[in-house]
Design a protein around this ligand. Sequence first.
Ligand code: BGC
Length: 772
Amino acid sequence: MHSPSFHKFTRRVLLTLGFAGCALSLPRVLVAQEPSPLAPLQRPEIRKRVDELLQKMTLDEKIGQLNQISAADFLNPPNREEMIRNGEIGSFLWSVDPERINKFQHIAVEKSRLHIPLLFGYDVIHGFRTVFPAPLAMAASWDPAVEEGAQSYAAREARAVGVNWTFAPMVDIARDARWGRIVEGAGEDPYLGAEMARAQVRGFQGADLTAPDKVLACVKHYVAYGAAEGGRDYDSVYVPETSLRNVYLPPFHAAVNAGVASLMSAYMDLNEVPASGDRYTLHDILRGEWQFGGFVVTDALAAKDLVTHGYARDAKDAAYRAFHAGVNVDMASQTLSKNLKALVSEGKISIEEIDEAVRPILAIKFQMGLFEHPYADLSKKDQILSDPAARQYARIAAQRSMVLLKNAGHLLPLKRDVTSVAIIGPLANTPADLNGGWGVPGQAPAVTVEEGVRKKLPKAKLLLERGGEIRRTIPSQFEDFFPGAVKTPPLSEAENEREVQRAVEAARKADLSILVLGELANMSSEYGSRSTLDLPGKQEELLEKITALGKPVVLVLVGGRPLNITWASEHVPAILEAWQPGTEAGNAIADILFGDANPGGKLPVSWPRSAGHEPLYYSHTLTHYPESDPEYRSRYWEGPSSPLFPFGFGLSYTAFSISNLRLEKSELKAGDQMTVSADAENNGTLAGDEVVQLYVHQQAGSASRPVRELKGFERVALQPGQKKTIHFSLGKRELSYWSSSERAWVEETEQFDVWVGNDSTAKEHATFRVVP
Ligand code: BGC
């Protein structure tokens, strides 16, 4: 049984997505700050149960709760069962085998002294059996409700096999596409990032953690992991307080306010302190300022790594520093479990501090109802894992996440009277790459582009060519985690060239070509950094040769980051960013290409012209060169320094106008709120969605403010000729910022610009003043 709220939610989303035949606008359910469903320790009955249990626990048992071990047969000790029996393990990671999960749980609740159930964590990042679009793609939907629904499905499927904790959402702001993990988050913007963070926490956890289809969420990687120097994964991060507060922390804070149960501390050095040993962020901000009531888990082996970083002297020192910083659970390194006892007997850590660390873990286990219902109910597993509604939802989510970047001469949507289509490219028919990173064993393979197109054109001749292989030069250390990773020896240069020629010949024979180019799943995500953003392998050559034939070409991009498509943007008539669309990839791509769905996604990143343009983001501060100066556009002497496509950009098959910006007041009292409204109208002939975006800029203040910052958005569905008024609220929440000169949050009595439009270059403009 799914909780009734799940059904209600799904129905609401499907209805509002126009699934029942009527396109209504989505309710802005996710913006409201609802009371946190957590803070279990503040609930007297849970506090009482936790304290009673703590009194019965030995120090070893308490330390056991802080110990997380690999349930898969690598990395950690083989004597797991004995350890569970002794109460030496509080949680596991890396198992999706329901038999193993239930077996381990059985030992914990039946054979251990205090019968404390275990948590089973897994990286359920964008789906479990059904794969939804990768998080960056979901952010491109600008539709938190659809992301909430996707994570609800993911939670339900994961829980069906006994996984009760996901290591998601990843909310790291990423402003450098060289960093492979950009695909795992919501892109460059803290406002959009916070909305998607909140939505995901709600999707995973719901309002009631005892529901049998919910899992604990874990917001990660705290904090500023995305600012790795040079985009090199794991590299040091130097982020001043101002960007920490204004850019990197807000999505974490949003997740905490949404009641996220757990938080993962990151690997890298933040301002020369390893993030997993950083008391300032983990304790002072998280527990002190934000009153976080959940627990902190390190990233895998990060407690031990405090030594590797040259921060801790040895393992015992690492345990002390991680614990003292605010870590509760040590993921897989056993540094805490092997050293805390000695640290207590030496008087460096008190029993009260140990109790304080164990409390939120036990509280959440109580809150989840795990003591009463510890096991995965396998009788429902098959039914849940094969529910066609999940697939349907994945298809809608994928449609909504795709971004139409170019459509010269209205090439798209494609007509169905074509007699032959060449489907070309190394990603057209590789299900694992269309599903994307963080694959889960047993996940549903993605529908390929060929399969999707075939359903639209049952009679046409389809010519399929790979056009050369692509592969990483240096394999990922996680190669085995990627279901589709290429294991065969590389093709020779001559073989690749032959494949390219064959593809060009196929394109010559066909009425039109669909080129599916981009990156393999293992080229982004963890350990997936690049020094170039060029299309890997022979893809650029392939694209240029086929375009030169002068026949219609549609470029479909698949992958986890924006790539260098500067040449394509000038020469290829139609470009669709499909990202990593998930299980329904081929169907959703074909829906968009043939007009069964109208693209409405928008870029969650500023699109770079090349890797040399990174880091790149729209909300930069002003310089001594006025923004209006054309020189600004070419800060590099070889060409423009502006993005190829701006943040928030995306085309549709219909045409929209956004006009009539009006402000409730021209003077806003500090602390007050006002409504900003604008009209969105569909001036075209097809139904479609527009994302109305609101940006503000503070003209002067105690610190320089970015040229503009996103402070509101709404994805709105409009029938041809339909007009809707969109309302945004502007007040303290949107207008305050962390001032580096005041070293505090301020809302300043200054003049502000406000714009509305359909990307970050929005033109509709007004001003107002905040007054005392
Ligand atoms: C990643 C985390 C992940 C963890 C557990 C680490 O390598 O950085 O994002 O949650 O492994 O799989």
